[in-house]
Design a protein around this ligand. Structure first.
Ligand SMILES: [Zn+2]
Length: 478
């Protein structure tokens, strides 16, 4: 038999969480066709792994790459980490299924400008992805805030019965067109006034189509246990799986409380399907939020509409040079983006280690000074947390970014190195893999990622260049 590619002498970490093993792996077309201690046969291209790790391509379950993955289809920030699939549409904001009338409400402005929202349906979005042919696969959630913005003239109230029924219709259509589920961003002012019942009504549509519910909780600060309880109740109401997005305990008064939140997860997991994702940093990033301005920790301004010149400075520095209070400065900078050093490292570790935590970057691709998670989240888990800090074995680190994620988000035949599965693969050196992106120099490809294959096409490798684009739109499979 003649293969397209033959990886010789690799250490397979297959994504299941099971033990690693030495093997040869053969690729034909877009599939893995053989895995054996020694494969006889020829290939168009043989790659000597030299004992390095061959793993399933990483699945970034939490992204805001909706528009950028179409505008910049090489998508270096992600493919250079070994990511082969992104899930977009998180935190209540999606480009798919969104129509902008005049202004892009916060935080949908994280995704792009008004004229870039040109995908009124998931169908339109999927065509655009297929046409752009990005380097990575793309699956989308539909955002609750996007649905609200489609149907409501005022986001700062609960939706009426008519508006809810219009949102339900749009959600149902989106699911039928292949959306993976519904996301909410209840902490943001543009969704905060929605009632639990409003979200419960939408989740009923998910149940019928077996979609997933992901949520940026109503609060990640002191009321976090109530916010978790709300998310779990919503999941129970629809009998749908719940993913708590970027789980954290934010704010100095809240530090250490992941002991409590994970205890609640333990308890609830015995009765329903709940999990979470997490990015491996103790600083968060989003649009600048007046409610989160504090002198308890540093806040870096990453962009500002009226004052682009302050990007990269702390709010405190700007306040000093302008002789104003933090809040006065915040008001003048709006709309703006920020990095908040608002987490405790021990909380980050506890969440990352938790058995049902997946890795998601939450990277913000339009930021001129992005949080380094955009370029570094996955190699940071492999290098810093697994190898250097020994938080968990490499097999578990890989499982949290591959097999577990594909199972949760129902991406069949992906997420494992397994015969018959799609050839989404990453070859990396476990001794040197690391995140190079830093807070001061955030736009840098990872070290140690040697080759990335997407759907059987060699897509990234030597010289840190994109060498192919074979990404597909991934539709929900009931
Ligand atoms: Zn979020």
């Amino acid at each position: 038999m003649k293969f397209d590619y033959l990886f010789r002498n690799v250490t397979v970490i297959d994504g299941s969480g099971g033990a690693e093993y030495r093997a040869d792996v053969a690729i034909l077309g877009d599939r893995i066709v053989d895995i054996a201690p020694s494969i006889t046969g020829e290939a168009e291209c043989e790659i000597d792994g030299g004992g390095r790790v061959l793993a399933p391509g990483f699945i970034d379950v939490h992204t805001h790459d909706d528009i950028n993955v179409i505008r910049f289809p090489e998508y270096l920030p992600k493919i250079s980490q070994g990511v082969t699939t992104v899930i977009v549409g998180n935190c209540g904001i999606s480009a798919a299924g969104a129509t902008i009338k005049t202004q892009v409400p916060d935080p949908m402005n994280l995704l792009g400008e008004a004229e870039q929202f040109i995908y009124p349906t998931v169908e339109a979005y999927s065509h655009a992805v297929e046409q752009a042919r990005p380097a990575i696969n793309v699956g989308t959630l539909v955002g609750h805030t996007a649905l609200r913005n489609n149907q409501m003239d005022d986001l700062f109230r609960t939706a009426s019965a008519d508006e809810i029924s219009a949102m339900r219709k749009q959600l149902k259509l989106a699911l039928q067109q292949g959306a993976l589920g519904l996301s909410t961003g209840l902490a943001y002012a543009s969704a905060f006034q929605s009632s639990t019942e409003e979200v419960m009504a939408l989740v009923e549509e998910l149940a019928a189509e077996k979609g997933i519910y992901t949520t940026h909780l109503r609060s990640e600060f002191e009321p976090i246990l109530d916010a978790l309880d709300e998310a779990f109740r919503i999941g129970r109401h629809g009998n749908v799986p719940v993913v708590v997005s970027h789980h954290k305990c934010a704010g100095a008064k809240n530090w250490g409380r992941t002991v409590e939140t994970l205890k609640l997860f333990d308890k609830v997991r015995q009765q329903q399907d709940v999990s979470c994702d997490c990015y491996p940093y103790s600083a968060s990033s989003s649009t600048l939020d007046m409610k989160q301005i504090t002198d308890e920790f540093d806040i870096i301004i990453t962009w500002s509409g009226p004052h682009p010149e302050v990007a990269g400075q702390t709010l405190k520095q700007i306040a000093q040079s302008w002789s104003m209070s933090l809040h006065e400065v915040g008001k003048l900078l709006m709309p703006a983006g920020a990095i908040y050093y608002n987490m405790d490292e021990q909380d980050v570790r506890r969440v990352l280690r938790y058995p049902v935590t997946m890795v998601g970057s939450d990277g913000l691709p339009n930021d001129p000074m992005p949080h380094p998670r955009l370029w570094g989240a996955f190699p940071r888990v492999l290098g810093h947390y697994s190898r250097d800090e020994k938080l968990f074995p490499l097999t578990e680190a890989v499982h949290k970014m591959t097999g577990m994620s594909a199972a949760r988000f129902q991406l069949p035949e992906r997420g494992l190195v397994k015969r018959g599965y799609y050839a989404d693969l990453v070859l990396f050196d476990p001794a040197t893999v690391r995140d190079v992106a830093s807070f001061s120099h955030p736009k840098q490809p990872a070290a140690g990622i040697e080759a990335v294959m997407v759907n059987g096409v060699m897509s990234y490798g030597a010289g840190q260049q994109v060498t192919g684009r074979a990404g597909r739109f991934l539709r929900r499979q009931a």
